[in-house]
Design a protein around this ligand. Structure first.
Ligand SMILES: [Zn+2]
Length: 236
């Protein structure tokens, strides 16, 4: 399984970048996790978006989902369709996308097969219904992506032993306080340690974020933590 970072910004994309979007490749299977602002042109530089097996959404916040809107026009103008899996709880952007005939929208419930991968989801704490996503291949290699999260009951168990954890790490210790909708980098490191994952990628950096400090603080609990960067590709 290969994971490529097409975007990692939180809130809005940095210049030339994109918000949350991860391309997962397993043999012929290609799946996107989230489809944030700015990802469509970055994906089109790599492949025809309609060749994706599915796009799986962690939640419907605009910075994770807004490029689904022009994607629906692309599909319509080229008479294509695409499978989309996402939380079924009503959200404004979800309701718009659900009306688009080019997209076949499925609820994010239970486990399911997407090509050569098995998808599972786990509710996390965030201001809107949001889920951590897990993809497992036939060899038992596991990717977990927290999406946006400030914790979640059973989240460490859901992440347990993952070969790669992509974790929300939005804030430094100095920035973080109770009630914020995202993990701090230190909390991301602690989750990775508790779940005994093999690798930890920190993500969801706001443009201008102090990534050096975020990485340092995550490494206090998980020494091999590393930051997401554009086009970074990880084999797991
Ligand atoms: Zn969010």
């Amino acid at each position: 399984m290969k994971v490529s970072v097409l975007g990692y910004s939180g809130g809005y994309p940095q210049a030339g970048g994109a918000c949350s979007a991860y391309l997962v490749t397993e043999g012929e299977t290609r799946v996107m996790l989230d489809f944030g602002a700015g990802v469509l042109p970055r994906l089109m530089a790599l492949m025809d978006p309609s060749a994706l097996c599915a796009i799986v959404m962690s939640h419907w916040h605009f910075d994770h989902a807004s490029d689904l809107l022009p994607l629906s026009y692309y599909l319509d103008m080229n008479q294509l369709t695409l499978r989309l899996v996402g939380p079924e709880e009503p959200q404004p952007l979800r309701e718009i996308i659900a009306l688009r005939e080019e997209v076949s929208l499925e609820p994010l419930l239970g486990t399911r097969e997407i090509g050569g991968l098995r998808l599972a989801a786990q509710r996390v704490i965030h201001p809107v219904p949001a889920y951590a996503l897990k993809l497992t291949n036939a060899q038992g290699k596991v990717l977990v992506y927290t999406g946006d999260a400030a914790g979640g009951e059973g989240l460490a168990d859901f992440c347990r032993g993952a070969d790669l954890l992509i974790c929300d790490a939005s804030f430094t210790r100095a920035q973080w306080h109770e009630g914020l909708p995202h993990f701090s980098a230190a909390q991301a490191g602690e989750l990775a340690r508790e779940a005994r994952v093999k690798r930890l990628m920190l993500t969801h950096f706001q443009p201008g974020a102090d990534v050096k400090t975020l990485v340092q603080e995550a490494r206090e609990a998980f020494p091999d933590a590393f930051p997401a960067s554009l086009d970074l590709a990880i084999e797991i």
